[in-house]
Design a protein around this ligand. Sequence first.
Ligand code: ADP
Ligand code: ZN
Length: 292
Amino acid sequence: MLIGGLEAGGTKMVCAVGKENGELIDRTSIPTRMPEETFPGLIAYFRKWEIQALGIGSFGPLDLNRSSASFGSITKTPKPGWSGVNIAGKLREALGVPVGIDTDVNAAVLGEVTWGAAKGCENAIYITVGTGVGVGVYVNGGLVHGLIHPEGGHMLLQKSPEDTYKGCCPFHENCVEGLASGPAIMGRYGKPAKELADRPEVWELEGYYLAQAIANYIMLYSPQKIILWGGVMHQSLLFSIVREKVLKILNGYIYHPLVLEHIDRYIVEPGLGEDPGVLGSIKLGMMELEGN
Ligand code: ADP
Ligand code: ZN
């Protein structure tokens, strides 16, 4: 059986086809343009395969309320042309198969608990630190929805007293995305994050903010695994800075050997390389097909 997976991003659409065991058969990438220019390419790609279902992990915010008339839509996004677009509805209509949808980061955490670094965990979170900061939340064996869906990238943080940067989130000055995203680093230092590799103070501060956020997620969701990824995490020394600062902030309070003795196995990179999003999307398609 073949299932389609679509990782819908603001700059590119990663389209893939895979099997129920998580084996990818094919993948391609299409630039995200205006919806009317983008959908024909997506539809043509998935029509080439005999897929039984499609799963979408999309940029958001999304309407994920199944009883809503606009279920499966991107709601209000700064991305021109995409507000109100029912991405799941359009593809369901065009392809005639069941279509499951969730946020890009919820898809990624689902991929990781199904086949990756968090395999078998009942509770896990996936954090991406890139142009934005997104957090996928898997709790008690399911993805968290609710009023909308978690927006952990906008959790508020305590600013470092030495940090004079105002924050780049247009909604909140001191949220994770506002203080620790790639654009925040660029805004604070006037250079892209990649060019600041040899400035230890950049990564100390970055680690301080990410560790605060992670400590909060640990205390709220009690995850058994924390997966950290996104462009900014290509600075691999950040992993050890974050782990050390998480331990310092928790200060022994979360009394579990995985945290206290094996934090290098607790806060980790994805097990699925570049593919947690598309593989998680394939799993979303499978779940839709099976009716759960
Ligand atoms: P997106 O979030 O747009 O999907 P990415 O996860 O690749 O894409 O994140 C892009 C951000 O990551 C940019 O702000 C960029 O400055 C930053 N970035 C990319 N490569 C590196 C690197 N090697 N070191 C630090 N930051 C990086
Ligand atoms: Zn914010």
